[in-house]
Design a protein around this ligand. Structure first.
Ligand SMILES: N[C@@H](CCC(=O)N[C@@H](CS)C(=O)NCC(=O)O)C(=O)O
Length: 245
């Protein structure tokens, strides 16, 4: 199949890895441009040359006739790629109900879950960036903010997602929607696995004697399972290869 030239602007430890995974699942050819966060965890200024907000992911599409588009916003990029290239609907749900549920998770992940996790992330960075002598003060303030809002909301959402996945597991499915991998799983990997289950210290002060694994066993099971998805492993491999160049 002839396809446009696709370039993914990928930032380390970011949402952009999901787009790479999706490109792999869709069997598309693509180029990757790698960017590394600076010591304050911000994206480098080069990303502003690609899109005025300087964020990742950004995907450039160049058609055969030379026309170009720059796509930003994870949900928008995912919807575009799936609409254009998931022609057999393998990742977009088999039934109308499944399609609707995937649409829900596309909005939920960026609209509800991620903003809370970004709050926790920014608070972590604030602690790390504070000079050692006064770090306890930042830790106290940040701890209070997390206890009052970000942490509380994160735990509420994790319980919600765990209850949801429990029902999927009871139906015999290991996936978020239906009984096979869809973009809902691809989208939920970054907030759940990369952001939280690979970073348990982010919520440790909120969990008391519990661990993420014991409190949210269904998310934990999904994280272990999804980490082995062949498309995700190929995406990991593609970055390793590219990093060697
Ligand atoms: N709403 C955007 C968020 C994009 C975004 O904030 N990306 C983060 C990476 S996860 C970023 O580029 N951060 C670097 C920075 O803000 O300096 C989306 O859904 O793609």
């Amino acid at each position: 199949m002839s396809q446009p030239k696709i370039t993914l602007h990928w930032l380390n430890a970011s949402r952009s890895h999901r787009i790479l995974w999706l490109l792999e699942e869709l069997g598309l050819k693509y180029d990757i441009k790698l960017y590394q966060r600076d010591k304050r965890s911000r994206a480098p200024p080069e990303l502003f040359k690609v899109h005025p907000l300087g964020k990742s992911p950004v995907v450039e599409i160049e058609e055969e006739d030379g026309s170009k588009k720059v796509l930003a916003e994870t949900g928008h990029i995912v919807s575009y790629l799936v609409r254009k290239f998931d022609t057999k609907g393998q990742l977009s749900g088999k039934t109308e109900d499944d399609k609707e549920q995937i649409d829900y998770f596309t909005h939920y992940t960026e609209g509800s879950l991620q903003p809370i996790l970004v709050g926790l992330f920014v608070n972590d960075v604030a602690k790390q960036q504070t000079p050692f002598g006064v770090r306890f003060l930042t830790s106290m303030i940040v701890g209070a903010i997390n206890n009052a809002y970000y942490g509380k909301e994160a735990l509420l959402q994790l319980q919600y997602v765990d209850d949801y996945l429990k029902k999927q597991h009871q139906k015999g499915s290991k996936y978020f929607v239906g009984d096979s991998l869809t973009v809902a799983d691809i989208l939920m990997e970054f907030p759940l696995k990369t952001n939280l289950f690979s970073n348990p210290e982010r919520t440790s002060t909120l969990l008391g004697s519990d661990s993420l694994e014991s409190k949210y066993p269904n998310i934990s099971e999904w994280c272990k399972f999804i980490t082995k998805e062949p498309g995700l492993l190929r995406a990991n491999g593609a970055i390793q290869e590219k990093s060697k160049l």
